[in-house]
Design a protein around this ligand. Structure first.
Ligand code: NAG
Ligand code: NAG
Ligand code: NAG
Length: 315
């Protein structure tokens, strides 16, 4: 979407980065009973500012572009917007979660961002951060658990764009937890609530497991759990559905998510039976490998006056 040159030009513009900073800062005080409500175009500007900052963060990292003026953001405030929400529109949460996902993926370090980490009210009352808190720094266990619950609640809203963003954010978070503190990753992934969430997502309509967000979520749980969330029975249900489906005709987003799920369960021999291993192998040989044709599908949508790139949110 963004070429290296465009990113370099944007990141060298101090006025642009200062403007972004001012717009992002509006988020912390909005909506507030004492301030006039934002007009819909101001709201669109706010959402765009988060989406643009998220894109710049991702691209600054891939192109290693020079930044002339960093943006400063307070981590606790970002987390609190996601945790407490307070009637924030879905698109604003999409933008904020996109940014959070890239912040996590970059291990909370970027030359575009100055991340302000305050000692939280709770941990300053206690004498020292726990060992687990220290290993997850700059996150704390309490923040991780609150964030995960909020992400699960957002998923339960079944809004497609929000779900894609939330799943991508959860993927980044679980990867971070797994690298920093495996016990916390296992604890989060093995919560019985995850199983309940999955059934909530599968309920209603003709929902099947063959949906990109559900497959990605199942893959995520299968990777980090202790077999309490995804059991043999879900795995065999997915394999059955996949066996019945015409794999060559599946949309690319589903077939890619299915491929990653199959590779994940194949890598955990303790989660599957020998007969399943054979089915998985057969399916993997049939699922078409990733092609580039999907790039031709226009993926920009317009929401509340903001253009959003779907593949950018998804991948
Ligand atoms: C984040 O840290 C992990 C483990 O320390 C490392 O493998 C990974 O490459 C780092 N990612 C970035 C973007 O620096
Ligand atoms: C799986 O992990 C959860 C959360 O840590 C724990 O409560 C549960 O007892 C574990 N189950 C097994 C079978 O290890
Ligand atoms: C899969 O991708 C197609 C084409 O990009 C899109 O129309 C469809 O909504 C996507 N399906 C899901 C469930 O995301």
């Amino acid at each position: 979407l963004f070429s290296c040159t465009v990113v370099a030009v944007l990141l060298s513009s101090v006025p642009l980065l200062e403007l972004l900073q001012r717009v992002l800062d509006v988020t912390w005080t909005w909506p507030s009973p004492s301030e006039p409500a934002l007009s819909s175009s101001e709201e669109a500007l706010l959402c765009s500012a988060w989406l643009l900052t998220a894109s710049l963060l991702a691209h600054q990292h891939s192109y290693n572009s020079e930044v002339h003026q960093p943006i400063s953001l307070n981590l606790e405030k970002i987390l609190n917007v996601v945790i407490f929400r307070k009637k924030k529109p879905a698109l604003l949460l999409v933008g904020i979660l996109q940014l959070l996902r890239f912040i996590i993926r970059q291990n909370f370090s970027s030359s575009l961002l100055v991340l302000i980490v305050q000692p939280t009210a709770q941990s300053s009352l206690e004498s020292l951060p726990s060992e687990d808190d220290a290993s997850l720094y700059p996150l704390t266990v309490r923040q991780v658990l609150s964030l995960v619950i909020s992400l699960q609640n957002l998923l339960a809203q079944k809004d497609l764009l929000l779900s894609q963003t939330v799943v991508a954010c959860l993927e980044a978070l679980m990867e971070y937890l797994h690298v920093k503190n495996q016990d916390t990753a296992l604890h989060v992934a093995s919560q019985p609530w995850n199983r309940f969430l999955l059934f909530t997502l599968l309920s209603g309509g003709e929902k099947s497991f063959l949906c990109p967000e559900i497959l990605r979520l199942v893959t995520l749980f299968a990777r980090y759990q202790n077999n309490t969330v995804i059991s043999q029975s879900e795995i065999s249900q997915i394999l059955q559905e996949a066996t019945k489906a015409n794999l060559l005709e599946l949309p690319e987003n589903i077939s890619q998510a299915l491929r990653l799920f199959l590779l994940q369960v194949q890598s955990r021999r303790d989660q599957i039976e020998p007969a399943q291993a054979e089915t998985i192998q057969t399916l993997l040989e049939t699922v078409p490998p990733r092609t580039r044709t999907s790039l031709k599908i226009p993926d920009m949508i317009c929401l509340g006056g903001v253009a959003v790139s779907l593949s950018h949110i998804r991948d």
